[in-house]
Design a protein around this ligand. Sequence first.
Ligand code: MSP
Length: 552
Amino acid sequence: MSERARESAYITTPIYYVNDRPHIGHAYTTTLCDVWARAMRLRGHDVFFLTGTDEHGVKVERSAAARGIPPQDLADENAAEFQRVLSVFGLTNSDFIRTTQPRHVRQVQALIGRLLDSGSVYRGTFEGWYDESQEEYLTEAAAKEQGHRSIISGKPLVRASEENYYFRLSAFAPRLEALFRDNPGFVQPQGRFNEVLGRLRDGLQDVPITRTKFSWGIPFPGDPAHVIYVWIDALLNYVTALGLGALESGCDASRIAPGAHPDDAALARARAHLWPASYHVIGKEILWFHAVVWPAVLMALELPMPRRIHAHSFWIADGQKMSKSLGNFVDLPAIDGFIAHYGLDAWRWYMATQGPLQAADADFRAAHLHEIYTGELVNVVGNCPSRITAMIGKYFGGAMPADASGGGEWPNRCARAVQEWTIAIDSFDLAGAAEAPMRLLRDIDAFINRTEPFKVAKDPARQAELASILAQCAQSVRVAGVLLEPFLPARMADLAVALGGAGGGGSAQVAGGAGARTDLATLTRYGAIAEGTALAKCALFPRVEPAATAQP
Ligand code: MSP
């Protein structure tokens, strides 16, 4: 295995607010990360995939108050629901961080202490336009542009002033500009990169990072009348999960800070090497915090930058924004209904290939899900291996036939699909990565239609030719199946078994776990099905009627 294949890969989702129940938005981002994590495991990387919940702040305090329960109870209830969803959906996260966990609280306080010591945080008074629903101060220009209303809730902005601790964001402007100049791929897609760069050039204000108007937050070290602003608390999850708050500086695990809690020190020893993140995957609405505030905080902490931030767009419903007030969110019961009808793999497929991965929003329509299920999964991913295994059953008693031709064009075509898939995974183009094996399957179908093995079978003199055609198809389908596994893990494990393999390439393997590492070159080697192997007929995606909810 090459050096590169042993590298670690660290991917994160946003941590989700616990004042909300899980819905399609959360399921979407988490599924994208899961597909990528599985793909990188297939490539032999040591993958760490983090998700979790954001549990502090005024919104959680208010939601809990409205229900007459303590905020921690609300957080416990909804964090458990988010965790239940992860396991029901078979999502392979390596850890689940909650911002009320002592490990996080302790490390946030330590990291803020470091920011104070370095002079990046200072005490001051601030007055400005405040968006209460976003807990965010806006610049004069932004407030004016938005008509002094929140773009999220539409409520009027209020004039607020606070004695607070500030993060010296303005001081990092030149370094942030250099970061963007030197790393044109830092934020994806390109349109989002340009958006951030444009705003950066408008100038930066220091950011108040504490609040005194409410108490549901992490106490500011040395001044507990202040709680740490929920966004600073939340962003730090990406490094507290790795124990970096237990270190004296940087991410060198040999330099444990004196006084660090032993649990945090242990985390650092096991995980500090995972920083920087390969990808922070987020929705477009939280790009500013991730692309500007977070890098500046990391600079202040003398930590390396994440490699890339991918900001996807939004699922909308029947052409309209999904919102709580419109009540049109595709919620968990609706998702459960689709999964019961089409299967979990089909749901993953729809999320990863039809979603708002790039700059445009995507409309969620049940009828479209049905079209994709039938057109791609039933007619291509299911049908192609079913035809091949059925013919091998009929003409060769289910035993893998011999191919005297050496594979013809197929070894090259398979290698090309692997290469295209790999390049697409590297740039988080999951739809592109899915397309590579789909093209291979369509090519195999076209090859069958062109060579007509069912006719060749009728001529006893052409048995060797028949064997070659079907062997080439089976070998190539197996390779397509490996590349599809991150998207369709359950059905592709079935396919691997039907083709005489052990079942799946191990995309679910957890980082640091036992078991052999996988290696993509070996997994996708053309010709891995030995002559004579017993192949079984497979029916991967049954044809179904549209789901009841699929009516327009
Ligand atoms: N807690 C913050 C994030 C802190 S990260 C350090 C937060 N939480 S959230 O619960 O509101 O989740 C926001 C994320 O949910 C978005 O960034 C996106 O990943 C996902 N989505 C929410 N609605 C969505 C859609 N309609 N469509 C796609 N994803 C969206 O913000």
